[in-house]
Design a protein around this ligand. Structure first.
Ligand code: DX5
Ligand code: ZN
Length: 219
């Protein structure tokens, strides 16, 4: 299990996204939050903007789709070159078919779970996905308080992955910072999304290094 840091550009300057991607060139991924104002009560960017971000990003793009009908829209993000595409379990009509389609196109397939969605019904799907995203805030906005109540689910997700013998990553997203990342790592997460903790810091690259160091000590 190796630690990966995926800064969320939701907290970046939307008028200077190329510049702000350059500030996290030492990260493993750039986490791009796509919201449609239906699945979550917020609206961000869509495929035309993400296509450009993929072209200019110094690191691979980790697309987090908080949208209705990902069965229809998610493959377009994989086709645009996103190296990881996560859709939500609560929104997908045919998650197995969709995960297979994403992989066929060449992306890693991620399955996202909102805080109140249990992991157990999806354990049989582990062979179909490359990553489980355990949300640690209600999706929709950056800068929210970390929900400790989600940590037992991270633990159960990691246990299920370990027992499956598969190399499925466990990502946490929401309220991840220098004061919460160790708890996430200890619970079994290995991919850490952080928006405000990275872009709210004066030096985003140093914030990435600090988070990586804290998580690595535990993992
Ligand atoms: C929230 C998004 C997150 C968000 C995290 O719905 O999925 O990726 O940017 O922001 P922070 O790290 O500030 O909680
Ligand atoms: Zn996200």
């Amino acid at each position: 299990m190796s630690v990966q840091i995926s800064p969320s550009i939701l907290s970046a300057d939307f008028a200077n996204l190329e510049h702000d991607l350059g500030r996290i060139a030492n990260a493993d991924w750039a986490h791009v939050d796509v919201m449609d104002n239906h699945f979550v009560p917020n609206l961000t960017i869509g495929l035309p903007v993400v296509e450009r971000l993929i072209k200019v990003s110094p690191v691979p793009v980790d697309c987090h789709l908080m949208i209705e009908d990902p069965d229809r829209w998610a493959p377009g993000y994989a086709e645009a070159g996103a190296q990881s595409v996560t859709f939500h379990a609560e929104a997908a009509k045919a998650p197995i078919r969709l995960a297979r389609e994403l992989r066929r196109i060449g992306a890693r397939a991620g399955l996202g779970l909102k805080p109140a969605t249990p992991v157990e019904p999806f354990i049989d799907l582990l062979p179909e996905v490359d990553m489980l995203l355990v949300m640690t805030v209600e999706p929709g906005f950056g800068g929210q308080k970390f929900l400790d109540v989600c940590l037992p689910k991270v633990r159960r997700a990691r246990k299920a992955v370990r027992e499956s013998g598969l190399d499925v990553w466990v990502q946490v997203d929401g309220g991840v910072s220098a004061s919460t990342i160790e708890r996430c790592a200890e619970a079994g997460a290995d991919v850490f999304v952080a928006g405000s903790a990275v872009y709210g810091a004066g030096d985003a690259a140093s914030a990435v290094d600090e988070l990586r160091e804290l998580a690595t000590k535990v993992c």
